[in-house]
Design a protein around this ligand. Structure first.
Ligand code: F6R
Length: 600
């Protein structure tokens, strides 16, 4: 995580650096800092906390330079504090580094550097980088010293370096995102395209193991062996308005309301009445097994994907936490299709799992939102979500669009394997944006229920079949945005333990729309009622039985069972949002979290 930003050009750098950090604050918000390359040397300003704190401190400083680097931190090594905030300087204060990633051999390097007389001021792994560059600077050019440093760093990095007296910024990446923005007489570097979108749409994606030297009129990329590399200039498709709140109080709310459009975008051009068009090069008949790998919310959409593919295509699907997959000796081979799901396309564990599957010979397919992200570039083929930027830390539209993409993949595989995709499934899929909109037309009832939920300390989310992963997702949304402990369970498992927790203080949220397990869910609801528990039920319109058992209900339109999670999730997202907002939490940036988890 962490966000890095750099600017070199003709404008005063500080306001741009601050704006860049604001756009990337979702990547981490424990501390922030800038370093400007002023005429009389480097000047760094750092602050604990949000970018706003940095702005207050920077206001009293005379920062005139047109060259600078900046950082917003998500702490890994060393507590959130001013001294651990980036940029990190060398002993002389002539070299400054901002870093995103983890330097795994930092302790060994630090020991050597300390023995040689280098003084460290922070507890971070990142500080070794500036001291190493200092060490290697003797008799070497700026580039030469950085190159030598990069060669001995183990772990991951996206980094930017400035040096006093040098009219350039050096950047590099290995395993952490890094993008270069090309302006007219100015250049930008950032961890994320959203930070540079305001200034330019012309970008260059740095590859792993590449270093770049940036001046205001150009750039030069090299591989770590010093060889110059050729880069393609790409055009960003997102526009600047998409990263504004557009009248909504929070990005999370905006993104929930964007879902009808976002899902329509995922489906656009890919879905016809009797066929699905995907540009994925897969020999569907040869696929023996599918393994889906992802983290967090993306993992939960994967669980729904498993059920979809197994139901329609009769291919075995395993779903794996990417973080666990790579630390076993997983059974994967060339007859497997490995599907990785990631909104950001940068999640370190998902990327590592993808590499593991590739090494073992599997064909790989990505379901990714961020165009040009590392995972999108590493997979053999993929399906972009086209959901637009998701800024809020809590994933919402990414989830519904991931299910839409998995549904497209399902229909594609079914058609390839059997000669025909289920027409009813395709029809239902096409109608989903409208059904999602139906729920969004009446958010008021949910905000009333949130008033009750804000007072609870625990909640249980229960669902079955296709809606079991939704219980997990609903619980995750509540806990991460509202700091209320919530657990998701398959409803029938409740009686094997969690039912012991039920009393009038622990509400249960049931996904109780009409499907093949509806009658069973009613029994599970009875079991909760019999123990004095209170129930919020997601039900279909005109439902009598589930509604009679519930203390509160939220209605969602009738949808084919296997696609019902795409509508049923919307009230769960809204509930989490309204509870968090009622509790006065910074909904878009809940504590301890970051949007894109680029460390293991
Ligand atoms: C939860 C959430 C996270 C992400 C997870 C994976 O709301 O956002 O659980 O789903 O960090 O991120 P991606 O999809 O970017 O790989």
């Amino acid at each position: 995580m962490c966000g890095i930003f750099g600017y070199i050009g003709f404008r005063k750098a500080t306001p741009l650096l601050i704006e860049g950090l604001r756009q990337m604050e979702y990547r981490g918000y424990d501390s922030a800092g800038v370093c400007l390359s002023e005429k009389n040397g480097l000047k760094a300003v750092k602050a604990k906390g949000r970018v706003g704190e940095l702005v207050k401190k920077a206001a009293n400083q005379d920062l005139a330079s047109t060259i600078g680097i900046a950082h917003t931190r998500w702490a890994t090594h060393g507590a959130p504090s001013e001294k651990n905030a980036h940029p990190h300087l060398d002993c002389q204060g002539d070299i400054a580094v901002v870093h995103n990633g983890i330097i795994e051999n930092y302790q060994a390097l630090k020991k050597i550097l300390e023995k040689e007389g280098h003084c460290f001021v922070s507890e971070t792994d990142s500080e070794v980088i500036s001291h190493l560059i200092e060490k290697f600077s003797e008799g070497a050019s700026f580039e030469g010293a950085v190159l030598k440093t990069l060669k001995i760093l183990q772990g991951t990095f996206g980094l930017a370096v400035v040096k006093a007296g040098e009219d350039k910024i050096i950047g590099a990446r290995k395993g952490s995102p890094f993008i270069l923005g090309l302006g007219d007489g100015e250049m930008f570097l950032a961890s994320d395209a959203s930070a540079i979108l305001k200034y330019t749409k012309k970008v260059v994606y740095l590859d792993d193991g590449e270093m770049v030297t940036i001046g205001k009129d150009g750039f030069l990329t090299r591989k770590l062996n010093g060889e110059v590399s050729e880069k393609e200039v790409c055009e960003l498709k997102w526009n600047a308005e998409q990263i504004e709140k557009g009248g909504f109080k929070h990005f999370m709310l905006k993104e929930i309301f964007e879902q009808p459009q976002a899902v329509a975008n995922t489906l656009r051009g890919r879905l016809a009445s009797d066929t699905v068009k995907l540009s994925v090069d897969i020999d569907a008949k040869a696929v023996n097994r599918i393994v889906i790998m992802a983290c967090g919310t993306s993992f939960y959409s994967g669980l729904i994907g498993k059920q979809l593919i197994e139901k329609f295509c009769r291919v075995r699907v395993d779903v794996e936490y990417a973080s666990e997959f790579r630390y076993r000796d997983p059974i994967v081979d060339k007859d497997d299709l490995a599907v990785v799901i990631s909104q950001s396309g940068e999640t370190a564990d998902t990327l590592a799992a993808l590499k593991e599957a590739k090494e073992r010979g599997a064909k790989t397919l990505g379901i990714v939102n961020v165009v040009g992200s590392t995972i999108a570039r590493e997979v053999d083929c993929g399906i972009y979500l086209h959901a637009g930027p998701e800024i809020s830390v809590a994933a919402t539209k990414a989830f519904t669009c991931q299910i839409a993409a998995l549904a497209l993949l399902t229909a594609f595989l079914q058609e390839q394997r059997t000669g025909r995709a289920d027409p009813e499934f395709l029809r239902e899929l096409a109608g989903l944006p409208e059904k999602i909109q139906d729920i969004l037309d009446h958010p008021q009832e949910i905000s009333k229920i949130a008033e009750v939920f804000r007072k609870t300390r625990n909640a249980l989310y229960l669902g079955r079949g296709f809606n079991y992963p939704l219980a997990l997702e609903g619980a995750l949304k509540l806990k991460e945005t509202s700091y209320i402990h919530a657990e998701g369970y398959p409803a029938a498992e409740m009686k094997h333990g969690p039912i012991a927790l039920i009393d009038e203080n622990m509400p249960a949220v049931f996904i109780a729309t009409k499907d093949q397990t509806y009658e069973k869910i009613l029994s599970n609801m009875q079991e909760i009622k019999a123990r004095g528990g209170r129930i919020l039920a997601i039900v279909n319109p005109r439902d009598k039985e589930a509604s009679n058992l519930a203390d509160w209900i939220i209605e969602t339109p009738v949808v084919m069972e296997c696609l019902s999670p795409m509508v049923n999730v919307v009230p769960l997202q809204l509930l989490a949002y309204y509870v968090a907002d009622a509790k006065g939490i910074d909904v878009d940036k809940p504590r301890n979290l970051a949007k894109s988890v680029t460390v293991e």
